[in-house]
Design a protein around this ligand. Structure first.
Ligand SMILES: Cc1ncc(COP(=O)(O)O)c(C=O)c1O
Length: 443
């Protein structure tokens, strides 16, 4: 019997765990190293989502391991009013990477960073309305959840007063079209802001956006969109907050995704990738905004703010990204992966779209052109896992199942090829299973 089936483990899990969304993978994970996690039979499973899109350097990178063990001995956690060297060093290093965003606050999670960013935007502007995309994900806590529209809105009572949304631009399923059929994002954006202006009570504080909406199905903002959005914000005295939880620190082939558009946000939030799997997040802003916030008594005093352990990890992550030239690598390997996935699109009708940038790619599973096919998507994901590949699939209303593919930036070309091969075999197997099910249903 596979050790993954150990009845005691699963009985205990059923009895004692609160389920927090989706189902658990059918394996007991014992350890993780590089681009693989290993189950209870010591079977390697290629991790095409870097854990929860975070293990940028793969699992158990030696530099992270040594940094954690060194720093945990020196100082892991301190009184929140104390400063240590790793904190100031990380702030300085981040500021050097994002010219203009000189001030940094170090926290733990993505939701928390967006919480702080939104709180700061409200305080500085003296306003309270927050606009986000209809397919956004900014986290599970108060203000972040109020600005999250892709899932989880129903059943939890009122969102924050002044929560507004505009449609996320979708090039695969345009709502507004140019004469050639492509997405007319400018008309869509103008239309959306007409709606915002009519709903607003005159208190627009900020727009919070992901440069590539990840949980929303890997929707990349079209070139020029971010600049136009920034302009809309400026016209209304709103701040632009960019949430680069998944896109930051090189994954898209630039250090930050916003650099491709030449638009520096007023506030930038980083999480996931900056800690490469450990809980570290950051809020970055201009000196001017920070001064204004401070003058008004900005308060975001948490237990783990400015903790030295995660900060030391953040410094090590930036070192490794630089030394191993991982930003260029994301661009180069991303292009290869995109090519490989595009070949699958040519081969299989059910691959409706391949999109994304660098090593953050999406593959949408459809039938009859663009009709969402969640069942097939789920079947392919299950087949892949059985074959030793972990891929995350998001299921959103109106869209097909979308695989989110974001392997560690350190993945080898050989393992990228292995992943592509498993995806191809899993599509074949998923299609075969679907065909036999359809056959049975028709009988
Ligand atoms: C873009 C984005 N922002 C924020 C978050 C929330 O981060 P956390 O789960 O660390 O609170 C996520 C998590 O998936 C995310 O994808």
């Amino acid at each position: 019997m596979s050790k993954n089936l150990e009845p005691g483990f699963w009985d205990s899990a059923r009895k004692h765990l609160i389920r927090y969304g989706g189902s658990f993978e059918p394996a007991i994970i014992e350890r993780a190293a590089g681009s693989f996690v290993y189950d209870a039979d010591d079977r390697p499973i290629l991790d095409f989502t870097s854990g929860q899109m975070s293990a940028l350097l793969g699992h158990a990178h030696p530099r992270i391991v040594s940094t954690v063990s060194r720093q945990v001995e020196r100082a892991a956690h301190l009184f929140s009013g104390m400063l240590s060297r790793p904190v100031v060093e990380l702030a300085e290093r981040l500021a050097a990477l994002a010219p203009g965003l000189d001030r940094v606050l170090l926290l733990s999670t993505g939701a928390e960073s967006n919480e702080a960013a939104i709180r700061m935007a409200k305080l500085v502007t003296g306003k309270h309305e927050i606009v986000a995309f209809s397919k956004s994900w900014h986290g599970m806590t108060g203000a972040a959840a109020s600005a999250t529209y892709s899932a989880g809105r129903k059943g939890y009572g009122p969102a924050a007063v002044g929560s507004l949304a505009i449609p996320a631009p979708n090039s695969f399923r345009p709502r507004f079209r140019n004469a050639d059929g492509s997405l007319d994002w400018l008309t869509e954006l103008n239309d959306a802001f007409d709606m915002i202006d009519s709903q607003s009570t005159g208190s627009l504080a900020a727009f919070v956006a992901e440069p590539i909406l990840s949980s929303g199905g890997i929707l990349e903002l079209p070139q020029g969109y971010l600049a136009a959005l920034h302009q809309k914000c400026r016209e209304r005295g709103m701040l632009l907050i960019l949430d680069e939880a998944q896109t930051g620190i090189g994954r898209t082939g630039d250090m930050f995704a916003f650099q491709k558009d030449g638009v520096t946000p007023d506030i930038l939030t980083l999480s996931k990738t900056i800690g490469a799997g450990l809980p570290l997040s950051a809020v970055m802003t201009t000196a001017e905004i920070e001064e204004a916030a401070h003058d008004k008594g900005f308060l975001f005093y948490t237990t783990h703010v400015s903790d030295p352990l995660p900060a030391a990890v953040g410094v090590a992550v930036l070192d490794v990204v630089e030394e191993e030239k991982l930003v260029d690598r994301a661009q180069r390997l991303g292009a290869k992966l995109f090519e490989g996935l595009s070949r699958l699109k040519q081969r299989y009708e059910c691959v409706g779209d391949v999109r994304g940038r660098g090593l953050l790619l999406g593959v949408e599973i459809v039938k009859d052109g663009k009709v969402p096919n969640h069942e097939l998507g789920a079947a392919i994901a299950a087949e892949a896992f059985r074959r030793g590949l972990s891929m995350n699939i998001v299921k959103l209303p109106g869209m097909g199942g979308v695989f989110r593919i974001a392997p560690p930036l350190t993945i080898s070309e050989e393992d990228l090829g292995l992943g592509l091969r498993i995806i191809s075999e899993s599509i074949e197997a998923g299609l075969a299973a679907n065909a036999s099910l359809t056959g049975i249903a028709a009988e």
